[in-house]
Ligand binder design. Sequence first.
Ligand SMILES: *[C@@H]1O[C@H](CO)[C@@H](O)[C@H](O)[C@H]1NC(C)=O
Ligand SMILES: *[C@@H]1O[C@H](CO)[C@@H](O)[C@H](O)[C@H]1NC(C)=O
Ligand SMILES: *[C@@H]1O[C@H](CO)[C@@H](O)[C@H](O)[C@H]1NC(C)=O
Ligand SMILES: *[C@@H]1O[C@H](CO)[C@@H](O)[C@H](O)[C@H]1NC(C)=O
Ligand SMILES: *[C@@H]1O[C@H](CO)[C@@H](O)[C@H](O)[C@H]1NC(C)=O
Length: 292
Amino acid sequence: MEKSLKLIIAFFSVVLVLFVGFFLFKHQSNASNSSGWDYQHPDMWKDMFPKDCAGSKQSPIDITFGDDMVTKQTMEFIWNNYQNPPENMTLTNNGHSVQLDVQWKMNHWIPYLSVEEDSPEYVFSNLHFHWGAHNTEGSEHTINGHGLPLEVHMVHFKREYKTIVNASNYQDGIMVIASFYNVTSKNSTAIQDIINAAEKVRDEGSSAHIDNFLLSDFEVLRDTPSWVSYNGSLTTPRCLEVVTWFLALKPYDMTEDQIKKIRSLKLSHGDDHDNRPTQPLNGRKIFYYEFR
Ligand SMILES: *[C@@H]1O[C@H](CO)[C@@H](O)[C@H](O)[C@H]1NC(C)=O
Ligand SMILES: *[C@@H]1O[C@H](CO)[C@@H](O)[C@H](O)[C@H]1NC(C)=O
Ligand SMILES: *[C@@H]1O[C@H](CO)[C@@H](O)[C@H](O)[C@H]1NC(C)=O
Ligand SMILES: *[C@@H]1O[C@H](CO)[C@@H](O)[C@H](O)[C@H]1NC(C)=O
Ligand SMILES: *[C@@H]1O[C@H](CO)[C@@H](O)[C@H](O)[C@H]1NC(C)=O
């Protein structure tokens, strides 16, 4: 291929990535600012968004190890491109969470994963956090009725649907990888990467560039002895029932100081937590996977 043609293609790829990133960013901030829901009255979401928040496959849920659980033998997560250095990382306090959006120079550098060899690819979209006011609560999912102080959601959309907005129309459109953090005496490197910039996004609606780091810093990519999976929903309105959940059961370490920095972020309506209460399972199965 001629050199100038290559340059032109490269240029338009960058323009496209920036344009799509900007569109998603706009879409998400509009969605959060225009709605009046809060975490002090999550029981009202059903009335405000009856189509989905009142559905029968809602998230989060309590994970119990009883009759609803089905043990599966094999599963292999294939993480691709998470070690690629980003071009640009933006942290945003949207009033309901703090969210990290990432851009890469080339489309084919964007991270994606699949759950087995030859299974559909899910493309990384963003990640965000759920926390609470005390160390015994904050995670959205609970394990045997117990909450953890922090839950991180890595949101992915199915490649065949092209964008996260389009994917949100399909029952298998979104895959969220959830991981838990507990307070111990050890810092989390990944959480530190985020909270280094937390002061810049203390106020609702604020947004800042942060120093680039590798998404592969997140502990869930390295140290995950067991997973559970089930079909559920987004945990914020409109609560669309389009999510395949994968939860890494083993909590990772962070320090008291780290969770305190996260709690200092100001949420809308004076909320001091952003975890939705657990929802009924309604006969759904939970799959359990252990690596051997
Ligand atoms: C980084 O992303 C932000 C927000 O999406 C955008 O305003 C900015 O222009 C981007 N910067 C670069 C160098 O791409
Ligand atoms: C949404 O996904 C469907 C199924 O892959 C595809 O045919 C359609 O073109 C996509 N729409 C947009 C707007 O990307
Ligand atoms: C989290 O830490 C607390 C306090 O050290 C401990 O009691 C609890 O068992 C831990 N939870 C898990 C799931 O490891
Ligand atoms: C955790 O990291 C912070 C910031 O780098 C540092 O100030 C602190 O001493 C570390 N704490 C522990 C327990 O390693
Ligand atoms: C989720 O739904 C899909 C499609 O209906 C199904 O193939 C899959 O087994 C379900 N997963 C779980 C964990 O129930």
